[in-house]
Design a protein around this ligand. Structure first.
Ligand code: IPE
Ligand code: IPE
Ligand code: MG
Length: 249
């Protein structure tokens, strides 16, 4: 039996090709320090810069971070506005540094509700960095896993597809051209997916930590990678069916 198309090329590597991160806990970090929530988001940007560097060090090819969910519009308007300013600074000012580091920046999500300025800077940043090869860093902004599946289905409808296969759907998702995440990391203690890449998580490994995102340091990142190294990825097979070098237990 062949593996399904959505699994793309199954990976057995000890190092994840693609890491997806749900960066959670900024608000609680600020609260612990008796600061307004936005201070947590500010500090969270510093953490993100560090994590990008850890990934470059470890030669991780793809990093995708959840920055703003389709549900985060429900937050107080002041917080939403502050976050949008932070995203603008990422795609406007920080992009020079990404470019210098040979990072390709991509943004996934619904752009219709973003400001015109933010949209234009996203397009500029993507264009500037599109040929870079060290790592693809994707920012999920106004992104939802359900939204992603629906936009794929709607594209197929528009193409007048009568019957949709797994391969058709997978080919129309936002990150269809890169491997699905091997490892999902969620900081901040919650053990849920909160509508992050849903289809793509079919065979992902999960790592949950109580550490709040602004405190997520190199040591914590290494713990996640070490945990991943011990996972035996079977994709439905038995352990004994795997080549000896892929057996972990
Ligand atoms: C994650 O931190 C950042 C975003 C969702 C934008 P939170 O703001 O959710 O922090 P907590 O979960 O309230 O601590
Ligand atoms: C998930 O965090 C979204 C991002 C990290 C951008 P939330 O803080 O919004 O998740 P819930 O609401 O606690 O599930
Ligand atoms: Mg949260």
């Amino acid at each position: 039996m062949t593996l399904s198309a959505t699994q793309k090329i199954p990976s057995y590597s000890e190092i994840p090709d693609h890491i997806a991160i749900i960066m959670d806990g900024n608000g609680r970090w600020a609260k612990q320090k008796h600061l307004p929530r936005i201070f947590g988001h500010k500090k969270g940007v510093d953490t993100l810069e560090n994590v990008i560097n850890f990934c470059l060090d470890e030669q991780i090819k793809y990093l995708t971070v959840f920055a703003f969910s389709t549900e985060n519009w429900r937050r107080p308007i002041e917080e939403v506005n502050f976050l949008m300013e932070l995203f603008l600074s990422l795609v406007q000012a920080k992009v020079t540094l990404y470019h210098k580091n040979n990072i390709c920046l991509r943004v996934i999500g619904n752009r219709n509700n973003l400001s015109k300025t933010l949209r234009e800077h996203i397009e500029k940043a993507e264009k500037l960095t599109e040929k870079n090869t060290a790592m693809t860093f994707t920012l999920a902004l106004d992104y939802g896993g359900k939204w992603d599946i629906l936009q794929a289905v709607n594209k197929l409808f528009a193409a007048e597809k009568k019957e949709i296969t797994e391969a058709d759907l997978a080919a129309n998702l936002m990150l269809s051209d890169i491997p699905d995440p091997d490892l999902y990391i969620r900081t901040g203690g919650e053990k849920r997916i909160s509508n992050f890449m849903l289809w793509q998580m079919a065979y992902a490994e999960f790592y949950f930590t109580d550490v709040l995102w602004p405190d997520f340091a190199r040591e914590e990142f290494d713990k996640a990678l070490n945990s991943f190294k011990k996972r035996e990825r079977r994709y439905g097979r038995t352990s004994e069916q795997l080549p000896i070098e892929q057996q972990r237990k």
